[in-house]
Design a protein around this ligand. Structure first.
Ligand SMILES: [Fe+2]
Ligand SMILES: [Fe+2]
Length: 176
């Protein structure tokens, strides 16, 4: 009979296993999902920060769409609404992942700045998209370090959208 090779397995102590089992049973009793992937508090905090930023820009862009006035850049007016909706979908996708990982998603946006006038609005959006891109690259690196491929993949997909948003904002800024 062929013997099973255990040589490559990472060493996990009995104490660790008992702690993990206790943790999972506590969550199960509370009715929360029991994740098969465990990540650091640092990664969970960064993901909650991402949700706050997504909620912020979702409201910010939607209100900019509503209060947008004048003819300059008017063609972009409808695009703001589409981007606002996309940001809310990002917030939902990240919240789903965070909940699966055993953390409650934030309901608090980071400070919203609607702005007055096109240039003011777009300059703010440029800054916010840059900050988002920077944070998501950090999340992807951290998730990879923790072998959480799913979170890394989710943020890679969202990052593509964020770079498109950023490109749209700076293109309009250059044109006005
Ligand atoms: Fe987003
Ligand atoms: Fe964005």
């Amino acid at each position: 009979m062929k013997s099973i090779q255990h040589g490559d397995r990472p060493k996990v102590s009995v104490k660790d296993l008992v702690e993990q089992a206790k943790d999972l049973s506590k969550r199960a009793q509370a009715g929360a999902p029991t994740p098969a992937t465990k990540v650091s508090d640092e990664l969970l905090e960064m993901m909650n920060q991402a949700i706050s930023m997504e909620i912020q820009v979702s409201i910010q862009y939607m209100w900019q769409h509503v209060t947008w006035s004048g003819i300059k850049g008017y063609a972009f007016h409808a695009a703001l609404k589409d981007i606002a909706i996309e940001e809310m979908k990002h917030a939902e996708a990240i919240a789903e992942r965070l909940w699966y990982l055993g953390e409650t998603p934030s309901t608090e946006p980071t400070p919203i700045y609607v702005g007055e006038g096109l240039r003011d609005m777009l300059q703010q959006n440029d800054k916010d998209e840059r900050a988002t891109i920077e944070l998501y690259k950090r999340i992807i690196r951290q998730a990879m370090e923790e072998q959480d491929e799913t979170t890394a993949q989710l943020f890679r997909e969202i990052l593509v959208d964020e770079e498109e948003h950023h490109d749209s904002f700076i293109s309009v800024l250059e044109a006005i």
